[in-house]
Ligand binder design. Structure first.
Ligand code: F3S
Length: 399
């Protein structure tokens, strides 16, 4: 153990195995990470969000690890899950095979037996895992980590699946990185002179940020009043995907924004136009066979827009809308589900186009998400079109 990492008596008891095997193993993981990162202590976390839930990513070794932890592990704080590889209720309709579904269900059962809420969403802040300013977390989904730090002003590093689970089972995380003031200070000020018209521009902005500032913490000024929940989740998802960004100080949004750095860069319209162009391929209309919305998972406002856009129409291409299951209940009551499903589009809860096993099923994808573009290309080998939400849906209906 690091000479600088001081454990409390309670934590030493955990490490000694006095509180069970899963807690001992968790404390070993946290102490090792604390040593690697030079943490002086472990700190309590208010909530946990665990990624690496899809069996497509976990495989048998991941499932065996979860089964081992589930033998006597029980979470100590509110803990939610990232998307799984399938909609747990309608996986057959979405073309998921039985063998995969069985293994995915075992993953979810292991988490559930540890007391994890199997929300399966990358927008936990929309379904009750909503931290406040200054709270320490152990979250692992990159877009949600960036959103938690940048929009909510909570404090979390980007955890791996095992370290997030370890935090859940002990209620602690090593104090390093973005838990500390010094790592959160802006290193560069980014003046956004470009006009941001819609969510795809916010996605393109994440790409330009990655190109211009790399992994530095930026203070973004002049992003404008157009940055609502939907645009901010797109920006965070894109900045995290293309630049590994876990914290942006957005003027007028981030609770702790205000201390801008002397170093300055500007992002102009031409930067955005170039980035947007790079986020689409040449796609023949006949080749386009998949439209996917909800990366990160759709908000209620987006579901309302989708319902309006599809009302009375029929989709001609496979169209999936990804969302957290609790929001589907709201969509059911609001009549959105009826309008969307009557068009032939599918509401796919618990999962997304990236973590579901879709490789080889489609050739070309239209999406409004820059993050989805990245994984559509690099994980699934799709050709891609980045278009705003309503344009994606017009492509779906063939208008
Ligand atoms: Fe969420 Fe899947 Fe996108 S986890 S952020 S919908 S890649």
């Amino acid at each position: 153990m690091s000479p600088t990492l001081q454990l409390t008596a309670e934590e030493r008891s955990m490490l000694a195995g006095e509180q069970g095997h899963a807690v001992k193993k968790s404390m070993e993981i946290l102490a090792a990470l604390g040593e690697i990162y030079g943490a002086r202590r472990l700190i309590p976390v208010a909530s946990v969000q665990i990624a690496g839930v899809s069996y497509d990513n976990l495989g048998e070794p991941g499932l065996e690890f979860l089964d081992e932890m589930a033998r006597d592990g029980r979470v100590r704080v509110l803990t939610t899950l990232n998307p799984a590889g399938m909609d747990v209720e309608r996986w057959r309709e979405l073309g998921i095979d039985e063998a995969f579904a069985g293994r995915q269900q075992r993953v979810l059962d292991a988490f559930a037996s540890m007391g994890v809420i199997t929300t399966c969403t990358c927008t936990p802040y929309l379904v009750g895992n909503l931290p406040r300013f200054g709270q320490h977390l152990a979250w692992s989904e990159s877009s949600a980590v960036c959103f938690a730090n940048s929009v909510l002003g909570a404090r979390t590093n980007r955890e791996g699946g095992p370290s997030a689970l370890a935090a859940a089972l002990t209620g602690r995380t090593p104090e390093h990185g973005l838990h500390l003031d010094e790592a959160r200070a802006p290193e560069v000020t980014v003046e956004v002179s470009a006009t941001l018209h819609d969510e795809t521009d916010f996605g393109a902005l994440g790409v330009v940020l990655a190109e211009k500032i790399g992994g530095r913490v930026a203070c973004l000024i002049s992003v404008g009043d157009g940055a609502g929940l939907e645009e901010l989740k797109m920006l965070c998802a894109s900045a995290a995907t293309y630049g590994g960004t876990a914290l942006l100080h957005v003027e007028g949004v981030t609770p702790e924004a205000g201390r801008c750095a002397a170093a300055r860069v500007t992002i102009a319209d031409a930067d955005l136009v170039r980035a947007r162009a790079g986020l689409s391929d040449e796609v023949d209309p006949d080749e386009l066979d998949f439209v996917s919305i909800g990366c990160p998972h759709a908000s209620l406002a987006e579901l309302a827009r989708i319902a309006r856009a599809l009302d009375g129409k029929q989709v001609k291409r496979e169209t999936w809308i990804h969302l957290a299951r609790p929001l589907k209940s709201v969509a059911d009551r609001a009549g959105y589900t009826r309008a969307i499903e009557a068009s032939g589009a599918r509401l796919a809860c618990d999962t997304c186009m990236v973590v579901a096993p879709l490789k080889g099923r489609f050739r070309a994808l239209a999406t409004n998400s820059a993050k989805c573009v990245y994984y559509g290309r690099n994980k699934n080998g799709f050709r891609v079109l980045l278009r705003p939400l309503e344009q994606c849906l017009r492509l779906a209906t063939g208008e």
